[in-house]
Write a protein of this length. Structure first.
Length: 110
């Protein structure tokens, strides 16, 4: 498979994963913005910041079972893209600022 075809496949899968997360409401918890869960996520995210990129490291895809592993693998490969994408499923209530934050912990598992 050529690099262009592989990149197209990866980006297509990422867009599909985003759509599935939005449609399934994987982050649909209704929690006050200053909840203990939001504070805990901010602490976790701060600990995971990669000094080279300034972005949090994603959860190791090998810790995820089934089809969700692919989403975590792609998130690990292109964190700078996910950091620019908003997540529309309501997870900002738990401290998430962008789609990358959904892959810092097991939140992205549908």
């Amino acid at each position: 498979m050529t690099k262009n075809k592989a990149a197209f496949f990866n980006y297509s899968f990422l867009l599909l994963a985003i759509l599935i997360l939005i449609l399934n409401g994987a982050c649909s918890k209704h929690i006050a913005p200053e909840s203990d869960e939001a504070k805990a996520f901010k602490v976790l995210k701060a600990k995971l910041i990669d000094p080279k990129t300034g972005l949090p490291n994603t959860l190791d895809p090998n810790r995820i079972q089934g089809e969700d592993r692919k989403g975590y693998q792609i998130a690990k490969e292109i964190p700078e893209v996910l950091a620019q994408l908003p997540c529309f499923c309501g997870c900002e209530a738990v401290g998430h600022k962008n789609l990358l934050d959904c892959f810092v912990d097991e939140h992205g598992v549908g």
